[in-house]
Design a protein around this ligand. Structure first.
Ligand SMILES: Cc1cc2nc3c(=O)[nH]c(=O)nc-3n(C[C@H](O)[C@H](O)[C@H](O)COP(=O)(O)OP(=O)(O)OC[C@H]3O[C@@H](n4cnc5c(N)ncnc54)[C@H](O)[C@@H]3O)c2cc1C
Length: 307
């Protein structure tokens, strides 16, 4: 994972425009004076945390510095935060950041996006990314459900003529949501879509598509698979590549973007003592393992605990 930790890395951003992109996606363009000092990572799955105002607030509380850590340290005023992809960023005095939100029932972010109005303010923190194909790969398979569509769109747009060929694979509920994808460019080889199979919810649909495509792609030489979307599907795809095909970890990036029935997962997490399980991650980092290696060990621990 690539992450920036500059002093007070937070930016208030104001809604400048909203647009219904497709049946399940709303595009929001943010601006405001603080965005001029945002430094984009320039990596396709660049993501940020968006903090939402509490009911009755004009803007969410700012982060403060305590024990060398910038954050919301007072639970009385701490806002709700959610992760979103920077779909595009235009730098300058009049900087603009575009974020595409999946419209779904329930949830602070999903509900906010549907009703967003010009002038409303959010706080942005923690830019980071995962997409990191190793040198020498001949092809990239980028797969996503709706939540990963904004990042996948950037993978397609930002591929280069002399870089690896890019194949895209998406799962959407509605064919019209594919309108959010750019026309394929340069080495991008088109999009395999599994439409109507769910939004990460038809376990196995995207995993099966990937499994079916691997033999053909593997003939081109070493490749890289990036997936973002529902967390259970993310685990399935990682296991397919790592356990069944024995791929090295640096050729696989599977990032769980959201969880179906997250309330049930949270309940199970509390019941099985999830906070203790997370120690597996920190111990692995202390032993010198990478973030990806430590995350994989933690996910195996979660699975054993029924999470
Ligand atoms: C790095 C990263 C980048 C991301 N980028 C984007 C992005 O660009 N656009 C985007 O839309 N999302 C993106 N997500 C996913 C987004 O953060 C989650 O969907 C988040 O849970 C939404 O918060 P919420 O407050 O709306 O719902 P929550 O309060 O988290 O959940 C409320 C209920 O809604 C369900 N739920 C949550 N998300 C969805 C969904 N997408 N579809 C159906 N049900 C859902 C939960 O299971 C729960 O039952 C990203 C996540 C990560 C980790």
């Amino acid at each position: 994972m690539t992450e920036v930790t500059t002093p007070n890395p937070s930016w208030y951003a104001e809604v400048m425009a909203t647009e219904r992109l497709s049946p399940h996606l709303v595009r929001i363009v943010f601006g405001g004076p603080e965005l001029a000092r945002y430094q984009p990572l320039g990596i396709p799955d660049e993501a940020i945390v968006l903090w939402f105002p509490r009911p009755g607030q004009k803007r969410p509380a700012p982060v403060t510095l305590e024990n060398d850590i910038w954050g919301h340290h007072d639970p009385e005023t701490a806002p709700e935060g959610r992760n979103y992809t920077v779909r595009s960023f235009v730098p300058g005095e009049d900087a603009r950041m575009t974020v595409d939100f999946v419209v779904h029932p329930g949830g602070v972010a999903g509900e906010w996006a549907q009703k967003a109005e010009i002038g409303q303010e959010l706080l942005i923190t923690r830019p980071r990314s995962w997409f990191a194909p190793p040198a020498g790969v001949k092809w990239i398979l980028a797969a996503a459900d709706l939540t990963g569509l904004p990042a996948l769109a950037r993978v397609i747009e930002e591929c280069t003529e002399d870089g690896p060929a890019v194949y895209a694979m998406v799962e959407t509920v509605d064919a019209d949501d594919l309108a959010a994808l750019p026309e394929t460019q340069c080495h991008a080889r088109g999009v395999d879509a599994s439409v109507g199979t769910g939004n990460g919810l038809n376990q196995g649909a995207l995993t099966a598509l990937i499994a079916a495509k691997l033999p053909e792609l593997s003939q081109q030489g070493p490749g890289y698979v990036w997936y973002s979307g529902e967390a259970a599907q993310s685990r399935e795809i990682r296991k397919l590549l790592r356990k069944e095909h024995g791929w090295p970890l640096d050729h696989v990036a599977t990032v769980g973007y959201w969880r179906a029935d997250s309330e049930l997962w949270d309940e199970t997490y509390d019941r099985v003592g999830g906070d203790q399980l997370v120690q597996v991650y920190y111990d692995a980092i202390k032993r010198g393992l990478s973030d990806a290696e430590a995350s994989e060990l933690l996910d195996e621990e979660y699975e054993k605990a029924g999470l």
